[in-house]
Design a protein around this ligand. Structure first.
Ligand SMILES: [Zn+2]
Length: 355
């Protein structure tokens, strides 16, 4: 990540100006003294003494959105002691289970007041414990959440879009859709069986609303589109790629590890293909648990929401067998702490896309 500072220095003035309009970067060095008795441990755990004795810490702040992330790759090398004794319940992920409620959704899940929406590879159920007036589960036909084709993944989302329309028929003021997929327990899922959560609300969620307000302010101040500029910045830093107007970035201020953002003005086939490819890349590199969300403009035109794109964000929540949570007090109260090297991730992702 220290490369980032060198890279910014070398940018042509107009790019540097654009970068500084949105991001601020700070670098500090954390120093420590390692006693002889600990040297072997440090060498085996971190691969050397020097990088631990003087640690480069890079902080990136997105001035427009207020997001900030602190990077220190050393942290990713730490030994995680709290490993679960149970191990990976891999067998539980493969087979259809008699006792799995989602394997028997018609009998074992409630339905919405307007019924269920059935896709080719999924069916909706009403959420038992809601956080929104309209809150459903998209129950995938497949039990194993880590197995899905492009056709299946597209169907999960298309079914969600149909559900939004059905919910909107019941309450025409509910127009703000939201899609979340918490994959497995590290990502907060309480049920193993593959499922996503969808809501339709009368008001957008505050984080989405804040983003909308911030990009509107940005447009008014600079006469320029925030998402176009964000892509330009990531692109000239080698952190972005564009596939038929669908943009992919390895985001400079990620919430957690390996965060990737996909955005587009249109919700078309290409958007789903690109997002699926990102998910496939995740599975290829061994990600086992992730959060995926899709931000969308309202179902009907609303003043102030013009040009709000479709935005998918996805991040890795860590190994299933580790008991330690990847989110601590720092993330909750202060700043995101990340150990991913964004440049390595972007390089590998680009290679994967060029296959
Ligand atoms: Zn199941």
């Amino acid at each position: 990540m220290e490369n980032l500072i060198k890279l910014i220095k070398k940018l042509p003035p107009e790019n540097k100006k654009l970068f500084r309009r949105i991001f601020r970067v700070e670098e500090v060095t954390g120093k420590l003294v390692i006693p002889k008795s600990l040297q072997n441990y440090v060498k085996t755990s971190f691969g050397g003494l020097q990088q631990v004795e003087k640690q480069k810490i890079v902080k990136i702040i997105n001035i427009v959105t207020g997001e900030s992330s602190i990077f220190n790759e050393i942290r990713g090398l730490r030994k995680i002691e709290a490993k679960s004794e149970v191990g990976l319940p891999k067998d539980e992920m493969v087979e259809r289970k008699e006792e799995c409620f989602f394997c028997n959704p018609l009998d074992k899940t409630p339905e919405d007041i307007f019924g269920r929406v059935k896709g080719k590879y999924c069916i909706t159920a009403s959420n038992l414990a809601k956080y929104a007036e309209f809150h459903a589960i998209v129950v995938f036909n497949r039990h194993n959440p880590l197995k899905f084709s492009l056709e299946e993944f597209s169907d999960y989302f298309q079914t969600s879009l149909r559900w939004f329309k059905e919910a909107n028929k019941v309450d025409e003021k509910a127009i703000y859709p939201f899609f979340i997929w918490n994959c497995l327990w590290k990502a907060g899922a309480s049920i193993i069986h593959g499922h996503a959560q969808i809501t339709l609300t009368r008001k957008p969620y505050q984080k989405v609303e804040n983003l909308r307000k911030n990009i509107k302010k940005y447009r008014e101040k600079y006469g320029s589109e925030y998402f176009e500029d964000i892509f330009k910045i990531h692109s000239f830093l080698g952190l972005g790629l564009c596939l038929e107007n669908v943009k992919v970035i390895v985001y400079l201020t990620p919430l957690k590890e390996k965060e990737i953002m996909v955005f587009s003005k249109n919700l078309n086939k290409k958007f789903m293909e690109v997002l699926y490819k990102v998910l496939s890349y995740y599975l290829k590199i061994g990600v086992e648990s992730f959060n995926l969300c899709i931000f969308m403009p309202p179902l009907k035109p609303v003043k102030g929401w013009e040009k709000f794109p479709y935005i998918a964000r996805i991040l890795d929540r860590g190994r299933l067998e580790t008991k330690t949570s990847d989110i601590g007090g720092m993330e909750i109260y202060a700043s995101n702490i990340v150990s991913t090297n964004l440049f390595n991730l972007a390089e590998n992702l680009k290679n994967y896309f060029s296959l």
